[in-house]
Design a protein around this ligand. Structure first.
Ligand SMILES: [Zn+2]
Ligand SMILES: [Zn+2]
Length: 468
């Protein structure tokens, strides 16, 4: 099947824009494309002049240089400072609530006025049109951590943060359908007028507001337009870098996305990225009320104002399954780090006569069908050596479980570590409390282990075993 071309190649001549581009996608699309699609050779520093995308280099280096100049030489007025922060949130939300959650993920529906505001605010963040941005982001989700993901986190922190824009793309992002966006009039309008909107909302508006209202044209240009742009850029870029590198994986650890409050703080709430990659259609990134997700609060507020509707949330029952799986995984690691009592299958089966014979040579005690070598423990027994000594070669089950003293669970666990054999026919071996140590009654097991090694009975083949 390696000769099947991907649908993009088949349909390249005239794909109707409203037909999903991946409608005829072959089953082997990912492996076929990675193997057969031409990719640029890996980046080399000695060839850097030919490797760079110069337009992006200019967009991503000139504003930071102007910001450094501004910090050193341009006075910052209080009003301009507050306006710059406000405008950072306006344009940042254009990306997070607009480009990302509304258009790339369809996590809610927005009224036309809200869509226009978000499209304009997003243009002010200077990160490409909604169309271009969403197409790349859908590929990012669909091919996470592969070379078909335009900002593949496996290429390194700096590549996923900014390198993927500074360099010529090594290969085309994997196919991702945006036919829904092609039909959207606001998306089309923004794409058509993108350069004008970028100049207007990226530079003219943030320069003019401080200029007209409090006479600070220069501060407006350097802080509200330029420095604010640098912050919005790196804030949203952190979703691709920091959020794929730093933090916890409470929902799934198959891929790189992680949750961390610091990432949330610098990305207007997009930092719960482990959750987001599991449940991308959910309008929330943070599911707990105290977690920082202003983008979610904004969308929720818009709903209350009647400007947004059909906010999507993933069923809580399914979200909790992911959390439980990760908790069980961590518990399983703890479980595997401990030493456990030998299972009855692993112990030799001993006859009563052999037990008598062998306990004459070393201190052996029978409890709940298991034979225990207590030689190292006799002097440490809290009740005294004598209570154990009188049970050597006998069945101490009743004495151990309350007849003389009802031993603690910890004592039962410790006892189980002294097992050296199992008495042939001496006890109905099974899943009863006396033969299973307390610490082994509730355990984490893989689905294919259940019923195989837990509490199974001894292999009573009648033969004589040797005790270790
Ligand atoms: Zn991501
Ligand atoms: Zn996303």
């Amino acid at each position: 099947m390696s000769s099947v071309p991907p649908p993009e190649m088949k349909n390249r001549s005239s794909p109707p824009s409203t037909t999903p581009i991946d409608i005829d996608i072959p089953d082997n699309y990912v492996s076929w494309t990675l193997k057969n699609q031409n990719a640029l050779p890996p980046f080399r520093w000695d060839n850097i002049v030919n490797e760079l995308n110069w337009l992006n280099v200019a967009i991503l280096t000139i504003p930071p240089l102007l910001t450094i100049y501004a910090i050193l030489y341009v006075p910052l007025h209080t009003k301009t400072c507050f306006f710059s922060i406000f405008y950072y949130f306006v344009t940042g939300l254009g990306i997070t609530a607009g480009y990302h959650r509304l258009w790339a993920h369809r996590a809610y529906n927005a009224s036309k006025p809200l869509q226009y505001v978000l499209a304009m605010a997003g243009a002010g963040a200077v990160e490409g049109s909604i169309r271009w941005w969403s197409r790349g982001h859908r590929a990012h989700h669909r091919y996470t951590d592969t070379d078909l993901d335009p900002y593949n986190a496996h290429q390194g922190f700096w590549y996923s943060h900014i390198g993927w824009m500074l360099l010529k793309p090594r290969r085309k992002p994997g196919v991702a359908d945006i036919s829904d966006l092609s039909k959207n009039e606001v998306v089309r309008w923004q794409h058509r007028w993108y350069i004008s909107l970028l100049l207007l909302f990226g530079f003219v508006v943030p320069t003019a507001v401080p200029g007209i209202f409090w006479g600070d044209w220069k501060g407006g240009y350097f802080f509200a337009a330029t420095a604010r742009l640098v912050f919005v850029h790196h804030s949203t870029f952190c979703v691709n870098s920091l959020a794929h590198w730093f933090g916890e994986a409470p929902f799934d650890d198959k891929h790189t996305p992680r949750d961390h409050v610091i990432t949330a703080l610098v990305t207007i709430g997009e930092g719960y990225h482990n959750f987001h990659h599991q449940f991308p259609m959910d309008y929330r990134n943070a599911i707990k009320w105290h977690q920082y997700d202003p983008t979610k609060w904004f969308i929720w507020t818009m709903e209350k104002l009647g400007l947004a509707h059909q906010l999507k949330t993933f069923p809580d029952n399914e979200v909790r399954k992911g959390q439980l799986t990760m908790q069980l995984k961590r518990l399983r690691e703890t479980q595997e780090g401990l030493l456990w009592a030998p299972d009855s299958n692993e112990l030799p089966v001993i006859s009563w006569d052999s037990y008598q014979e062998q306990s004459a040579k070393r201190p052996l005690v029978l409890i709940a069908g298991f034979i225990h070598d207590v030689s190292k423990f006799m002097d440490e027994h809290p009740g005294g050596r004598h209570l154990i000594a009188k049970m050597i070669g006998k069945d101490a089950t009743t004495a151990f479980f309350g007849g003389v003293y009802d031993h603690s669970n910890a004592a039962h666990n410790l006892l189980s570590m002294m097992r050296v054999g199992i008495l042939d026919g001496g006890h109905p071996h099974g899943l009863d409390d006396k033969s299973i140590p307390p610490a082994q009654r509730l355990r984490i097991a893989q689905y294919n282990e259940i019923g195989s090694g837990y509490g199974s009975s001894a292999m009573s083949d009648g033969g004589e075993g040797l005790m270790g």
